[in-house]
Write a protein that binds this ligand. Structure first.
Ligand SMILES: N[C@@H](CCC(=O)N[C@@H](CS)C(=O)NCC(=O)O)C(=O)O
Length: 213
């Protein structure tokens, strides 16, 4: 399988964590989101993902899967252990709710193309764009997620789940954009624990073949 991604893409980071947790090896293909006007917009990549977004997972028979959560669901289907969503229905729903709060409610508002639209066509200053980012990351996002997660060593208990897979890349983004999350104690504790685990460490943006300083 081939994973089309970008080292700093948090959606690709999610898929890398899931692959590592399941011990599935893939070839990584870098799609530089900033070079050449954004390689995600080139026809060769659009043929793989008409949305022009990473990640995309190409299966050995050439089938292309897109959308990180759909890809992770596929990985869970073909390789059920370790499970990424608990079997118990209530815990499964809570796990998905925390994951979706990040992937569906924070991430799309702070995506590269949204920030670019604010700054370019809408003429917003860098300070306004930074404030937009901080607002949707914190009040619109991680602060409610802090209240949703139940703790243990991970978001929900002592096994990593889809919630942690979505949370850790979002925390990486918060730190990268220098948004203070030190008041989010449960999130910081989960992040500190994940930093000790090979599956999360190996998925870190700076450890990818296309990483840049
Ligand atoms: N919902 C999609 C989001 C994918 C996405 O937004 N990817 C970003 C990188 S994290 C991207 O490719 N952005 C390119 C752009 O904004 O032009 C998923 O979960 O896969």
């Amino acid at each position: 399988m081939k994973l089309y991604g970008y080292f700093r893409s948090s959606a690709a980071y999610r898929v890398r964590i899931a692959l590592n947790l399941k011990g599935i090896e893939v070839e990584q293909v870098g799609v530089h989101l900033l070079k050449d006007g954004g390689q995600q917009h080139q026809p060769s990549f659009r043929a793989r993902n008409p949305q022009g977004l990473v990640p995309a997972l190409e299966l050995d028979d050439g089938t292309i899967l897109t959308q990180s959560l759909a890809i992770i669901d596929y990985l869970d289907s073909i390789h059920p252990e370790p499970r990424l969503v608990p079997a118990e229905p209530v815990l499964a729903a809570k796990t998905r709710a925390a994951a979706f709060a990040i992937a569906c409610d924070i991430h799309p508002l702070n995506n590269l193309r949204v920030l670019g639209y604010l700054k370019g066509p809408l003429g917003r200053s860098q300070a306004e764009v930074d404030e937009w980012y901080r607002h949707w990351l914190l009040q619109g996002g991680l602060e409610p997620v802090e209240a949703m997660i139940e703790g243990g060593r991970f978001c929900f208990g002592d096994q990593p789940s889809l919630a942690d897979i979505c949370l850790i890349p979002q925390v990486f983004n918060a730190r990268r954009y220098k948004v203070d999350i030190s008041h989010l104690k449960k999130i910081e504790a989960v992040d500190a624990h994940c930093k000790t685990l090979p599956a999360f460490l190996a998925a870190h943006p700076l450890r990818q073949p296309d990483a840049e300083p």
